[in-house]
Design a protein around this ligand. Sequence first.
Ligand SMILES: [Zn+2]
Length: 112
Amino acid sequence: MIEFTRWEGALQRPGACVCGSQRRPVVDTHIENALGRVYLCELCVTRAARAHGGFVSRDEFDATAARLLQADAANDELQRQLGVALDPANRTITAGELNEWLSQQQTAGGVG
Ligand SMILES: [Zn+2]
């Protein structure tokens, strides 16, 4: 199977998309039928992609990719902050924990 290719115009007969449009550019399917070469204009490709469901325009793709990159960076920052927060070296001792520790030391005879 030959992959579809994109051209600035339909070079072979009938010189138009299957919908009849001579809009450029076209995708050459490399398939021949009774009318000649089967070309697809951008509108037909878009409509076919929409019919398959889930395909988006280049602008939508770029916008989504940008949002994913931002979310990825935000996730990295949250992971970094979480790592700092969970690092025992950075742990903050509460006043209650300090009092408990002091009371244990006094009971053990270590402090006071
Ligand atoms: Zn078309």
